[in-house]
Each structure stands twice: as C-alpha cells, then as structure tokens.
Design a protein around this ligand. Structure first.
Ligand code: NOJ
Ligand code: CA
Length: 544
C-alpha cells in the first residue's frame, strides 16, 4: 500500500488510525444472545448500537478463537476457528459485515507468542523428538535456567517424555519457536486468512516476547518481580516484526497495536518508528503501573507521578512514532475505582473526568467496555469468587504456600485483580447480560450501576468523541503539562498551528481556585455551569 503523505503543521503524517477512537470488547462478558451464560458474537451484533452510539471508529475484539480457555481465550487451539461458545464463522462474518455497515472497523487479537498446549502443533511437537513439528516450540533436555512464568511458578515444565518446554505464561500456553522460519510462515498465513476476510488489523498479544535468548541466561536479581523486562529483549524481535510488516501488513491498509508489556520507554521507538516498518503503535504500561510497587503489588500513587508518566511517554516518541492512550483493558481494574472516586456521590463526575483525560490526550484512545458506564471494582471476599488463573496462582503462592495473610491477599487483589474488568456487562437493573446463568457473576452493584442508569456518562463519552473528531488539535496537537507538581489539578494544553485547547481536571473533591486565563467558557465540561473555582472531579475543556 502506498503510504499517505499529508502532514500536520507539527510534522505528523496523517493516518486514519491516529484519528480513530477504539472500543475494546471482551466477548465473553459483553452480551449473551442465546442464554448459555456466555457472551457471544451474535450478542455483539445485538448491542452494536450501543458501541456505534459512542461514535467510536474501531472495535478491538479480544480473542474469539477456539480455545480450552485456560486463560479465557489467550490460549488458542485453532486459529482459523471461532470458539464454539462464541458462535460460528458465519456469525463472525455477519459481525464484520454489521460493523462495516455501521461505518466502523474491526481489529482482532493476534496471540502468537504462544498457543494452547491443545493446539495440534504442540500435540505433535511433544509426541516425539523427530516429529516434523518438534521445533515449533522450545524444548530442552534439562531445565536451562530459572525463568519464572508471568503467572507464577517456573517458565519450564517437564513433559511426560522427559524434556522441558518453555511457557512464559501458563503451562497450558507453550511458547512458539519464532526462530523456526516455518513457524513464522504459519503465523503470516493466519494473519492473511483474517485480513482477507476484511479485518482492519491486529492488537498483538505480548508481541515483544517472541524472540528468545537461546543462551538462556538466568534472570537478573532486580527483575525477579518483573521478568517481562527481560523477555522483551530477545535478539531478533525487531527482525521478526520487520519481516511480518513487509511480508504481510504492508499489503493491507490496516492498523497494528502491540502490547508492549515489559518494554522500557527508551526502547519504545524501536517498535513504532515508522521508518523501521514494524508496528504502528504499542500499549505503553507506565500509566497502569503507577500504583504497583517493585514487588508488583498495589501501592498508593499520586497525581504528580501520573502526570510525570504522561510527560515521559510524550517525550519518548518524536513525530515518527505515534502513542496510544489507555488506562484500562481486560487485564486491569476499573478506572473509576483506580484513578477516580467510586463513592456514589463522585462516581459519575470522576468517570466523566477520566473520559476527558483519555479522549483529550495525544495518542489513539482505547476505551474498555463498561468504562463508558462508569463501572466500578467489586469487593471480593472469597477465593472462589475469582475466575482468573493469575489470581488463583497468587493465592497458592502467597497464601497457601507463602507468608501472606488472607486479609493482605484480598486487600491487594481488590485493587489489582483482572477480574474487576471481566465481570459481565450490566445492561439493566435486572442484570440483562443473559437469560441464563452467567459464566461469571456480575458485580453485585448492577442494580444501581448499569447501562440504563449511567446514560449521563455514556453521553459524555459520545460528546467527547465527537469533539475529538471535529478538532485536529485534540488528535495531533503537541502536549504540554502546565503544572506538573500540583497535587490534584491536572492542567495541560494541546496545540496545533494556531489552535490551542486547555484542559483542566480536578482529581479530587477539593474545591480549588483556578484561573484559566481564557475569556470564553469551556467548550465541554462535566458541570452545568463551569465557572469559578474547580469543584469536585470537575473537568473543563477550553478552546483558547
Ligand atoms: C496479555 C493478555 O492481555 C492477557 O490477558 C493474557 O493473559 C496474556 N497476554 C497472555 O496471553
Ligand atoms: Ca452465549
């Protein structure tokens, strides 16, 4: 595809995916159309107006493939087959048609660092030393090093045959051997299969992990709690991404966003500098790590720390790279409980303030399902209430076999667990997700917090998205933090040519004096009369 060349006054090449707003659907929890308790593809079609009504441009669909669901679909058994619980290939084709008819695009999850251990490649690979698929995975006669799995426990498991295989995640997620050219050809074929159907790109699961250092050094002591910072530094990761780009991606007009879990800010440009032809964008993790300590557990955070992250991220890329803006996804707790204030009197205002932040920052914004309703975390009190294997492993490691008290365990998981985001969507005060038994309990607060009761937040998202679409300065404009040290006001500008927006966000319930220096009233605010001091969780966007 010949690349567009039109540039903005500050030097960015204009691309549709830089101007897009993305909405992530976690299909299992979105809407169940047939009463079996599991969200499905027909359910997304039935609720497409909800997504379309926001004005978003792109839907990112979390894995919809055939999977034994050890990790809720991030363990794929067959790449060209729709998971039976989600529907059929016909349902997928119908969903894609409906999305296009609604004027949107669809990107899907590409999970190719690992497969399921039930994938036929792995079944063959482990069956004998001389099986043609043996070298599709990473085997060793001895356990080569001390690498831990991201999910806890060792990253090596001994198969009944005696050899050890590598899995940087669960033992049911063996890592593919990308050094084998046949593996890469298989992956490129899978990508073409979906692109030829008309999907508009990929979110790439832990893609920086694909290349392994086959000398298998031990993990440095300082990376014990964050081995991902080693796993992203394999010797050929950039060769393989460049090859993928030239072999496949360049033939299509698509967008790619890599999950840069464990990539430092310093290394980010290597993945997204357009001159290198690898990925279009990555998810940078610093903002969602602001409340994690060196041991990976929850710690308190401050607004100046978060502001410093955004400034650092902004400076890490020049106009040859394009950032993303996200604070949530299926791996993170709910934004209102995390960065906002989920008490009933402040939930709505703080949800609207966070929407303002996400939709006025530089970088393609990603909204996670339910954030447009201001959904909150729940309080888990028993291990059986969780679904996520990561949390269950942590229970074993920390409580059953470790020194952590149950109270400490729940205090931490109630802040960090991925299950906060994975509870089914509450569509009505009756739940409204399924007519059957939901695969995972809804947040018990669904009677108060649901799609019907949260229309004010929903409409504010729609207004913000419309504003972003109308104002190139909110997409391409340069970013500048005006008061990095202020403890609860976040004030910044976005400037493109002679247009400047001033955004002021009060991250607290404190009424705080504020002089905008601008004569006109804000173009958008979450308060009816946005004048004078900033009130609790007030958000204002001024056009200067
Ligand atoms: C990142 C995904 O977002 C997460 O949900 C998954 O558990 C891991 N990658 C492993 O695939
Ligand atoms: Ca279903």
């Amino acid at each position: 595809m010949p690349l567009p060349t039109e540039t903005t006054p500050n030097g960015y090449v204009k691309r549709w995916w830089k101007e897009a707003v993305v909405y992530q659907v976690y299909p299992r929890s979105f809407y169940d159309s047939n009463g079996d308790g599991i969200g499905d593809l027909r359910g997304i079609i039935e609720k497409l107006d909800h997504i379309k009504g926001l004005g978003v441009d792109v839907i990112w669909l979390s894995p919809h493939f055939d999977s034994p669901n050890a990790d809720n679909g991030y363990d794929i058994r067959e790449y060209r087959k729709v998971g039976a619980e989600f529907g059929t290939m016909q349902d997928f084709d119908d969903l894609l048609t409906a999305i296009k008819a609604a004027g949107m695009r669809l990107i899907i999850d590409l999970v190719v660092n690992h497969t399921s251990d039930e994938h036929e490649w792995f079944v063959e690979s482990r069956s004998s030393y001389n099986n043609p698929k043996r070298d599709y995975y990473i085997w060793s006669e001895h356990k080569p090093n001390d690498w831990p799995s991201i999910f806890g426990g060792p990253a090596w498991t001994q198969s009944p045959g005696g050899d050890w295989y590598l899995h940087l995640f669960d033992p049911k997620q063996p890592d593919l051997n990308w050094d084998n050219p046949e593996v890469r050809v298989e992956v490129y074929d899978i990508m073409r299969f979906w692109l030829d159907k008309g999907v508009d790109g990929f979110r790439m699961d832990v893609i920086p992990f694909i290349s392994k250092d086959k000398t298998f050094p031990n993990l440095p002591e300082d990376l014990r709690a964050k081995p991902q910072y080693l796993y992203t530094t394999g010797p050929h990761v950039h060769d393989y991404l460049h090859e993928m780009n030239t072999e496949v991606l360049q033939q299509y007009d698509v967008m790619t966003v890599g999950e840069a879990f464990g990539v430092t800010l310093q290394d980010t440009p290597k993945f997204v500098d357009e001159r290198r032809q690898e990925l279009d964008m990555v998810f940078q993790f610093a903002a969602v790590e602001v409340d994690r300590g060196p041991d990976g557990r929850w710690k308190p955070w401050t607004l100046p720390q978060l502001k410093a992250v955004f400034t650092r991220q902004d400076k890490a890329l020049d106009h040859h790279g394009w950032p993303t803006m996200f604070l949530s996804n299926h791996d993170n707790p709910r934004i209102v409980s995390r960065y906002g204030d989920d008490r009933p009197e402040w939930r709505e205002k703080s949800a609207m303030l966070l929407a303002t932040l996400i939709l006025t920052m530089k970088g393609t914004p990603f909204i996670y399902q339910g954030d447009e309703l201001g959904l909150t975390n729940r309080t888990f009190t028993h291990i059986d209430q969780f679904n996520d294997l990561w949390t269950k492993n942590a229970w074993q490691d920390e409580v059953e076999n470790g020194p952590c008290s149950e109270a400490d365990f729940f205090a931490n998981q109630n802040k960090v667990s991925r299950d906060h985001a994975r509870m089914p969507m509450p569509w009505t005060a009756q739940g409204g997700f399924t007519t059957g038994q939901a695969w995972f309990a809804l947040n018990p607060n669904f009677t108060e917090i649901n799609a019907e009761s949260s229309q004010t937040i929903y409409r504010f998202y729609a207004d913000l998205i419309a504003l972003r679409h109308a104002e190139p300065a909110l997409v391409y404009g340069d970013y500048s933090d005006l008061a990095p040290a202020h403890p609860h006001l976040f004030t910044y500008t976005r400037t493109l040519g002679d247009t400047t927006f001033l955004i002021c966000l009060n991250f607290s319930v404190e009424i705080t004096a504020f002089e905008s220096g601008v004569e006109s009233e804000p173009v958008l605010s979450n308060y009816a009369s946005p004048f004078g001091p900033m009130r609790g969780w007030e958000a204002r966007i001024y056009k200067v």
